[in-house]
Ligand binder design. Structure first.
Ligand SMILES: Nc1ncnc2c1ncn2[C@@H]1O[C@H](COP(=O)(O)OP(=O)(O)OP(=O)(O)O)[C@@H](O)[C@H]1O
Length: 229
């Protein structure tokens, strides 16, 4: 479904990610782990097209999308949930969700999104900025889901979120995986969460992949070594 080859990208003159090779199959959940600042967000930004790579390619369903604009990638079915949510604080929950529709061809908000996150139905007229951090994360995920993406990129969806909402997010990810062909790349630091949702794990350090493993064969000590400061 998605193949990344020899990817290098960064900001101005400085390269942040180097020689990234990664493959995601249909219906697979991939987790990318690693300390703060190793380049995980930079990798996601390059996959959605906010950043242009200096080298390498990104292939999505037989199409080379390395030079496509973010809006073209969104139309192809790529959804992005950024770190820090980036919801619109002065717009209502409903209007935030309507903006999510712009990414794809859907015209209305799928009720399934409210079934996943019932609190959004209760707060539909409330401003996004008045929601709690966990509720804003749910809104950010829902906003990406309304366009029914076939490929989801999630940047640290559990960061700073209370355990019951982490559980809800986990249930939603597992339900999407079971009920559709959707694939995901998830940047995540929480190893328990990763083990519950992922099929395959990549660990990054200093902009490169330093360890990869099927989740069932994962070596906890190796992961903790790369996560510890
Ligand atoms: N807009 C930017 N301009 C210049 N450098 C940047 C920019 N954004 C990030 N960087 C640098 O790129 C490097 C990788 O950052 P990135 O956000 O990709 O890391 P990360 O692994 O996602 O970390 P975190 O978990 O803290 O988000 C860091 O050294 C960071 O300072």
């Amino acid at each position: 479904m998605l193949t990344i080859q020899e990817l290098e990208a960064g900001y101005d003159e400085s390269m942040v990610i180097r020689d990234i090779n990664m493959h995601v199959d249909d219906n697979q959940v991939i987790c990318v782990m690693g300390r703060n600042g190793v380049g995980k967000t930079t990798l996601l930004k390059t996959v959605i097209g906010i950043l242009h790579p200096e080298h390498g390619s990104i292939q999505f369903n037989q199409t080379d999308m390395t030079t496509l604009k973010p809006s073209q990638r969104a139309k192809m079915g790529i959804g992005y949930i950024p770190q820090g949510r980036e919801i619109f604080p002065k717009l209502t929950v409903h209007d935030n969700l309507l903006l999510g529709l712009e990414a794809g061809d859907q015209k209305t908000i799928d009720e399934k999104v409210y079934a996943y996150f019932p609190i959004l139905k209760d707060f539909t007229k409330r401003n996004g900025g008045d929601l709690s951090g966990g509720q804003q994360q749910q809104l950010a995920i829902a906003r990406a889901l309304v366009s029914q993406p076939s490929f989801l990129l999630l940047d640290e969806p559990t960061e700073g979120i209370q355990p019951n909402i982490v559980q809800e997010i986990q249930d939603v990810i597992l339900d999407i995986k079971q009920s559709s062909d959707t694939s995901m790349i998830l940047v995540e630091q929480n190893l328990d969460f990763v083990k519950n949702v992922a099929d395959y794990v990549y660990v990054m350090d200093h902009g490169s992949i330093v360890y990869e493993s099927a989740v069932d064969d994962i070596e906890d000590e190796t992961i903790y070594r790369y996560l510890s400061v």
